[in-house]
Write a protein that binds this ligand. Structure first.
Ligand code: FE2
Ligand code: FE2
Length: 270
């Protein structure tokens, strides 16, 4: 075994919320090449907005798996497509926040393997601040997940789906030295605060969406703006083309599970 930690490492690529057709098409156009160019071993994306902005389903999930995504996390839009209530239990690459109600279908964490046999645990959490619904405590939930995940799994990646940066930073520090990468999704806006904490956990408050930024968080401006200005109900529609990909690469030491490097990438629309 080499003493050089870079030789005992894997490259992960994390994609935030994929917004509707625009996001899916951008990944179809770019993801296989990105995986190749950066020698990516493992890809995680958040699927909560894949179906025209609202939820996902097994067919869309399979499209992403074929492009090279290994695990799809979720969020507050998890059940927008009713079929997904049953579909989520049929594929262990699909996870939903661990701190959903104890009565919810699906699982809050999964373990998947890279092509070279490294095993990676992915945990999904949802915030309690400004997120409605009264979710269970994400701190207690992630402690439970860490107890359940076998000790020989060193690489642990956590999607904290939440509105408040402070709550996401709280989870990041709570898991310093216990997870490889803790990152936020849900706001759809990338943050440039990527860092490696003192005990080796990489952190970023939000990956940002893969969707059109000529929008209001992925939705057509006109109806979103009308709702804000008039305070009247409006149907939101996802912008269907011109997506940017925002994603983050993290190199992780496979022996210790700790992060060696973190780098954001941006692919602008064609
Ligand atoms: Fe989202
Ligand atoms: Fe969300």
């Amino acid at each position: 075994m080499s003493d050089n930690p870079a030789l005992n490492s894997i490259n992960t690529l994390i994609i935030g919320d994929i917004i509707g057709r625009a996001g899916r098409v951008a990944l179809k156009d770019h993801l296989p090449r990105l995986i190749d160019r950066h020698q990516i071993d493992f890809v995680i994306a958040n699927g909560e907005n894949m179906a025209a902005g609202f939820g996902t389903n097994a067919r869309l999930a399979d499209e992403m798996f074929e492009l090279g995504v290994n695990v799809l996390t979720n969020g507050n839009h998890c059940w927008d497509q009713r079929d997904f209530l049953e579909q989520i239990d049929e594929d262990d690459r699909l996870i939903r926040p661990m701190n959903f109600s104890a009565y919810a279908p699906g699982r809050g964490w999964t373990i998947q393997e890279t092509a070279s046999g490294d095993r990676i645990a992915v945990i999904n959490l949802i915030g309690q601040v400004f997120m409605g619904m009264g979710w269970d405590c994400p701190f207690a939930a992630v402690e439970r997940a860490l107890e359940e995940i076998p000790d020989d799994i060193k690489i642990i990646i956590v999607d904290m789906h939440a509105e408040a940066s402070s709550e996401k930073m709280g989870i990041g520090w709570f898991l310093d030295g216990k997870a490889s990468f803790v990152y936020g999704t849900h706001t759809h806006i990338p943050t440039c605060d990527e860092i490696i904490h003192p005990s080796g956990t990489a952190y970023q408050s939000d990956i940002g969406m893969t969707g059109s930024y000529h929008s209001i968080i992925g939705m057509k401006v006109e109806s979103a703006l009308k709702r804000m200005v008039q305070k009247l109900p409006q149907r939101f529609e996802a912008v269907e083309r011109g997506a940017s990909i925002f994603a983050t690469m993290v190199k992780i030491n496979t022996q210790t599970g700790m992060a060696l490097a973190i780098e954001r990438i941006h692919i602008p629309p064609a």
